[in-house]
Design a protein around this ligand. Structure first.
Ligand code: ZN
Length: 222
């Protein structure tokens, strides 16, 4: 199965779905990750402008995502609404190149303007071709319908935490969600909800039931 992770900013997909990314890779799916801003303006003053890009690449390497499967777009943080059309064009180009079976996007109920624009444009781009689920970022979500669970092992969550440790700049900013206690507690809570040791939950935006197996594209022009 070809799976595309869509992140508005460098750490979003990993915070919301890092354990699931580990499981997808462990189960030999092909994982792609596209990030739409490296947030130069949000860095601590002591950091170089490319700090988050380097940290993002370090995290992808920790997950084992191939370099050729990583896509970095350089939009200005908090300005996605102004470049909405360009973002859709980037997504359409990704769709043509990858033909993903499953897309992981931010939630439609995410009130950060960049996340919200990307969630809507993901639906416009992928709605006829791929299943779409959104990942949870509790500090940004007004509501979240847990309609899909991915059961995970302790090793998946350990790997998620190890990948998140690449983001030294975010630890410097004391982001409360860059905490081992939070990452493990949330995954444990989701695990209890679905009868697993650990888990991550998602909101189903669109689910396409495959008729010829997930390994093959159903798109006529693929
Ligand atoms: Zn973000």
């Amino acid at each position: 199965m070809k799976i595309l992770i869509i992140s508005p900013h460098t750490d979003d997909g990993e915070l919301g779905a890092g354990g699931t990314i580990c499981k997808f890779i462990r189960e030999r799916n092909e994982v792609f990750h596209a990030v739409f801003s490296c947030c130069e303006e949000s860095l601590p003053k002591t950091c170089l402008p490319n700090t988050l890009e380097k940290e993002f690449l370090g995290a992808q390497s920790a997950y084992g995502i191939k370099k050729e499967n990583i896509f970095i777009y350089r939009n200005k943080v908090r300005h996605f609404p102004e470049v909405r059309r360009e973002i859709l064009e980037s997504l359409v180009a990704l769709k043509k190149r990858i033909r993903p079976n499953l897309v992981l996007s931010p939630s439609l109920n995410d009130f950060h303007q960049d996340h919200n624009v990307l969630a809507l444009e993901c639906i416009r781009c992928f709605k006829s071709e791929a299943s779409i689920i959104s990942y949870e970022l509790p500090w940004n979500n007004l509501t979240f319908q847990k309609t899909c669970f991915v059961k995970l092992t302790k090793d998946d969550i350990e790997k998620k935490w190890n990948a998140l440790m690449s983001y030294a700049s975010q630890f410097e900013l004391n982001r409360p969600y860059f905490s081992k206690e939070y990452i493990f507690a949330l995954a444990r809570m989701k695990g209890i909800e679905c009868g697993s040791e650990y888990a991550e939950s998602f909101e189903v935006i669109r689910w396409m039931i495959p008729t010829n197996g997930y390994g093959k594209s159903e798109s006529p022009d693929a």
